[in-house]
Design a protein around this ligand. Sequence first.
Ligand SMILES: [Zn+2]
Length: 481
Amino acid sequence: MSTLEEIRNYVDRLSEKTVNIARDIWEYAELSYTEIRSAKELEDALEEEGFRITTGIADIPTAFMAEYKVGTGVPVMGFLGEYDALDGLSQAAGKPVREAVVQGGCGHGCGHNLLGAGCFAAAVAVKDYLLNNEMNGTVIYFGCPAEEGAGSKQFIARAGYFDKVDFAYTWHPNSRNEVSGKSSVAIMGANFIFDGIASHAGGAPHLGRSALDAVELMNVGCNYLREHMIDQARVHYAYSDAGGTAPNVVQSHAVIKYEVRAPKVNQMQELFTRVVDIAKGAALMTGTEMNYEITMAFSDYIQNKTLAPIMSDALREAGPPAWTEEDYKLAGEFFRTYPKSTQQSILEQLAEYIDPDEIERTMLDRPLDSVTREFDPKETRYESGSTDVGDVGYATPTVTLHIATAGLGNVGHSWQNTALANSPIGMKGMLKAAEVMALAAVNTFRNPELIAKAKEELRKKNGGRYTCPLPEYVQPPIGRY
Ligand SMILES: [Zn+2]
């Protein structure tokens, strides 16, 4: 029996349980840091399989670690499971018509129910393989909450949980089957708090010092900054306290939320320092005081180029999910739920992956990714999103797999995605992801030289140790984010 066949057997044994877990987590639809039932269900399932559970790691109640050691326990690998939902995306399972289960409720619009359950199946399949083949190694399932919020993986990394991990694999539900070469950008979020002096805006304006003026000048300064920053950088802001609603009172207190993004974590930090300088200038100009608190930060994510080909080879060997005519039909129905203009822009975007002459026919007949796409080490582009997987990538060699759990061109963070995350298409993609990740993990365990090379690549990137982009004073914002 080939390694792939053996792994398929293990994933098959787990498939019913894995689908049930994914369905349950989908129904719980718990937001960042409140994933109590979701985490518990995964912990219980892993414990039943003999994993040793540590709950509440890195001072996050819904973060956990489940370990299984075989033989000497070396090498050590980690799977990164997520299970948090999104606000406002409640939607009936598998239904291509907008229909919330709970009006205004939460939903798995990013498919993290599939992500968490798929990593469960992969971790158990690797454990079974090691046991039955008398191979040494440790498999750890990291339960990582709040990816959609302020994150958890950077806190888990800062607490040293990845220090003895030789490599980490994860996946994300997607519309394609690929090991993408694209990276994601680093991000830092902060509140800037200005304090001035209140006074009668008509009677004694000269006695007032306006915090609102300071915020406005900070924004003007940052808008001038845009011309002098790199193209891929982003700066966004939102008022969280504009100082009240009375124009006849000089506003003595104002708070603005900023987010700064740049491809690399050091570029992001440099840009953030310039934003802080502008805030200081605004305070000086207005005679107010400025304080800021960093609220969140993720490092940029880049695939480990030494290990990505192992995942890519495993994907090619395992092949795409076996879609049926019914799956294609359902995917087509979802595609047609988008407004015509969105459909048009989806078709245009698909030209990046599909021969332009084939796009219309593909979307008509087979609108689910039916091929596998190789890792391209020469790819240098960045996606404009950010993820806390980036921090794991600075702590241990990390690779992320994409498997289709939705139709080609499907839009992320949408009700369509929530529906598909509890559909035959989503479940099929999830089980395929488990199979590919487990195969890649076993093949990596067998290749210690490659692991050494991957760690050398990491050393060049992080200088020998993980540095958290967050200052030490920033703790997981449980209940505050
Ligand atoms: Zn996600």
